[in-house]
Design a binder for this molecule. Structure first.
Ligand SMILES: Cc1cc2nc3c(=O)[nH]c(=O)nc-3n(C[C@H](O)[C@H](O)[C@H](O)COP(=O)(O)OP(=O)(O)OC[C@H]3O[C@@H](n4cnc5c(N)ncnc54)[C@H](O)[C@@H]3O)c2cc1C
Length: 425
């Protein structure tokens, strides 16, 4: 059999694994990377510690990709976490499991994962060319013929694996080129949206006052409504834990609960809905329990002022802000509060409302939602159903998952199977 020649576009998470797998199966592999080094996004992943997968069982794992998760079922039956961890062990990377089933390299260094995958690619004799930005995919008679670089050079190949990533964090090299290139050869691109992204609020002044305040053990719920209609609970893109962490920023809200919910919010706003965030600051207590504890404390500490009393409930800045929002003059002792004022406080503690106006741009998002339509890609080989010899992996696809190691696992799995099939394995 003649040796297959494969070009991998992008030396990121998916591209390095694709190159390694194709090369170990004997293909002649050339990786083209536009940056000066490989895997810049791997280096920043998991706060530079690289959360590379998760221990959740398969069915649960798939839920973290939202409605597109089922696309990965077949692939994960072939190359999943165990296979990934075995590969990394073979390459000298030991891993450990942390909170929430998140798997990290034991060294705590993302660079060790990047270097190991680079060894996998180059040890399998893939060549890597840096500062080599691909401009277009070359198709002849419905099949891949190679690629053209930005400098005009044409490089021929039997197969091309497009692993150019998304359009977030462009400084890492992923500037969305793959979406344009795939579209040019006939693929549909599902609109790109930021996912795992902080949200902006209408109440900017209040957000500025609260910026830096981080809350643990709170519940966040999002409500949507259209002009004049009754509000409904916004379904979440990924499973949202019952309680968790969030924080205020100068423009709005961020932190784990917010990032997980963000894609749902972005999509609702795009659909013209009004979105409000309700924070339950005391999810461990019912409304009635909050009401009676407040009542008790108003009697016990009758001469305290409200901001002082609320400091027993909340971080100081938030206590002061909530006291201000309640409209109760700060010099009034709490025993003077009327029933309606007490009810207002109960509402602020259990249903602290914010109007969401938008999200930070795609460049600031952790992942890009949208991309090459999944129905145009074979879920076992990651081969294009539009162009013979083209494979699409990683964030180039219409796949975006929650935090927890799911995005990298999808890129690694896609890369491995695309590399294998492109090499004819
Ligand atoms: C701050 C941050 C933290 C993250 N942390 C985690 C985490 O802990 N766990 C997790 O699972 N996910 C995490 N992610 C997401 C994860 O890193 C990505 O989903 C994953 O890297 C996508 O892999 P990929 O191979 O598709 O693309 P990438 O890893 O982005 O690689 C794409 C490569 O293609 C190159 N390229 C692009 N265009 C061209 C071109 N025209 N020619 C040649 N080369 C090109 C780029 O330079 C880049 O090297 C994080 C993302 C960010 C931004």
């Amino acid at each position: 059999m003649t040796q297959r020649s494969i070009i991998v576009v992008g030396a990121g998470a998916g591209g390095l694994v694709a190159a390694g797998r194709a090369a170990e199966l004997g293909a002649h592999v050339l990786v083209l990377e536009k940056m000066g080094e490989a895997g810049k996004k791997i280096l920043v992943s998991g706060k530079e510690r690289c959360n590379l997968t998760n221990t959740a069982p398969l069915d649960q794992f798939l839920r973290y990709y939202g409605r597109n998760g089922q696309f990965l079922r077949n692939a994960y039956q072939r190359f999943f976490r165990e296979e990934l961890l075995a590969l990394l062990t073979r390459l000298g990377v030991e891993t450990q499991v942390e909170r929430g089933g998140r798997v990290f390299p034991t060294s705590g260094r993302a660079v060790d994962v990047r270097d190991a995958l680079l060894r996998y690619a180059t040890g399998g004799r893939a060549d890597i060319r840096y500062h080599a930005a691909v401009q277009t995919l070359a198709v002849r008679e419905g099949a891949m013929a190679g690629v053209t670089l930005v400098n005009g050079d044409f490089l021929g190949a039997d197969a091309v694996i497009l692993a150019t990533g998304g359009a977030s964090w462009p400084d890492t090299g992923s500037t969305g080129d793959g979406f344009r290139m795939a579209q040019e050869v006939g693929h549909t691109i599902v609109p790109l949206r930021p996912a795992l992204v902080p949200l902006t609020v209408k109440e900017r002044g209040l957000a500025k006052i609260l910026q830096g305040v981080s809350l643990r053990n709170v519940t966040c719920a999002f409500y949507v409504s259209k002009e004049g209609s009754k509000e409904k609970v916004l379904p979440m893109p990924y499973p949202l834990p019952p309680t968790g962490e969030m924080l205020f920023t100068h423009f709005g809200v961020s932190g784990p609960l917010i990032l997980t919910a963000a894609l749902g919010v972005v999509d609702a706003l795009r659909a013209g809905q009004r979105v409000t965030l309700s924070i339950d600051l005391k999810p461990g207590m019912t409304v009635e329990e909050v009401r009676s504890r407040l009542q008790r404390e108003f009697e016990e500490y009758a001469h305290r002022q409200l901001p002082t009393l609320l400091r027993g409930w909340l971080p100081q800045t938030l206590a002061e802000a909530l006291a201000g929002l309640s409209g109760v003059a700060s010099e009034r002792p709490v025993h003077t509060l009327r029933a309606a004022e007490r009810e207002g406080l109960v509402r602020l503690l259990k249903d602290f409302r914010w109007e969401i106006t938008g999200a930070l741009p795609l460049a600031a998002a952790m992942v890009t939602a949208g991309g090459v339509a999944l129905k145009e890609v074979d879920p076992v080989s990651f081969a294009s159903r539009k162009v013979a010899g083209l494979y699409l992996v990683g964030e180039t696809l219409d796949l975006a998952a929650d935090t927890g190691g799911f995005n990298l696992q999808a890129a690694f799995t896609g890369g491995y199977l695309a590399g294998q099939h492109a090499a004819g394995g």
